[in-house]
Design a protein around this ligand. Structure first.
Ligand code: ZN
Ligand code: FE
Ligand code: FE
Ligand code: ZN
Length: 292
């Protein structure tokens, strides 16, 4: 049959997108839009689940300008709890993005387990005192050997995994945010041992589309990293890292294609921090059903 007469796929064949498991709220002081607006955006895209994962409070004062103060945490719980009363889809999950940093265990170790979270994302945003992904600290990148930064980053990722406190490693190659890339061989060399520890911890890794909106203009993580994760049978989740409602689910078709190209056929779902695997095909068929 010539292309000209190929039947148009029915309108209902629009592929569903994976769940969005990384959403922020106003409480972190660098996001906008009501949680209702994030939920409405997800509903419009036909997502079956979303998980709010705002930045965890840190009583020690770590990175205090970009997170809710500890006394606002119960407001966060109430806000998401209220949203969970509305009929789905999407089902609304209650999660948190918690940073791994020196001394974080004093607070997080007990606190994380006491909150009835559905999901805990683990992130590395600091190397020592340097918030390396913050635009205000970007100039530091010009003064250092970027390979050292990547080495330190994956060392911290390994420690994050060993801590056993987290369910999913968020944006797993964040140092590339401003375009400070290392060559693929070095990436593999540094990421492989960290991923061994991620696998040993039973964690998943996140495919985070925020990178598409940053100077690097790439999904986190890069394809070779995802292949290393796949080789270790590490499950995946998807996150937009939306700090505004219009970014919910952004880039998810591309993210699902990347996962599928790396050999993934399943993705992880979480509820009360227990993970189950669901077919990726169901959320994003790599071949439209009518063409099979
Ligand atoms: Zn944020
Ligand atoms: Fe983050
Ligand atoms: Fe985030
Ligand atoms: Zn993030």
């Amino acid at each position: 049959m010539s292309k000209l007469f190929a039947p148009k796929p029915p309108a209902t064949s629009k592929a569903a997108l994976p769940d969005d498991y990384h959403l922020h709220t106003l409480l972190c002081r660098h996001a906008d839009g009501s949680p209702e607006a994030y939920r409405a955006a997800a509903e419009k895209l036909g997502l079956s689940e979303i998980c709010f994962t705002d930045h965890a409070p840190a009583p020690c004062g770590y990175d205090a300008r970009y997170r809710m103060p500890p006394e606002q945490f119960e407001d966060y719980r109430a806000m998401i709890g209220a949203l969970q009363l509305s009929a789905g889809p999407p089902r609304v999950l209650f999660g948190i993005e918690a940073d791994y940093y020196a001394g974080c265990r004093d607070f997080l170790e007990h606190w994380l387990g006491d909150q009835n979270f559905d999901l805990v994302l683990g992130s590395v945003h600091y190397i020592g005192q340097w918030g390396f992904d913050s635009p205000e600290n970007r100039a530091v990148w010009e003064r250092i050997d970027i390979r050292d930064a990547w080495r330190d980053y994956y060392k911290l990722v390994g420690e994050l995994a060993d801590s056993g406190m987290f369910d999913v490693l968020a944006h797993p190659d964040l140092p590339k945010k401003f375009g400070h890339l290392i060559d693929e061989n070095l990436l593999r060399e540094l990421a492989a041992p960290a991923l061994d520890r991620v696998a040993a911890a039973g964690m998943a890794v996140e495919i985070n589309t925020a990178g598409l909106r940053k100077p690097v203009a790439e999904i986190y993580p890069a394809f070779p990293f995802l292949q290393l994760a796949r080789e270790r049978d590490i499950p995946i989740t998807f996150g937009s890292d939306a700090h505004t409602p219009r970014d919910v689910g952004a880039g998810f078709a591309e993210a699902a294609r990347l996962a599928s190209a790396a050999g993934y056929r399943k993705r992880a779902r979480f509820l009360r921090r227990r993970k189950t695997l669901v077919p990726l095909e169901d959320s994003f068929p790599s071949v439209p059903p009518q063409a099979r």
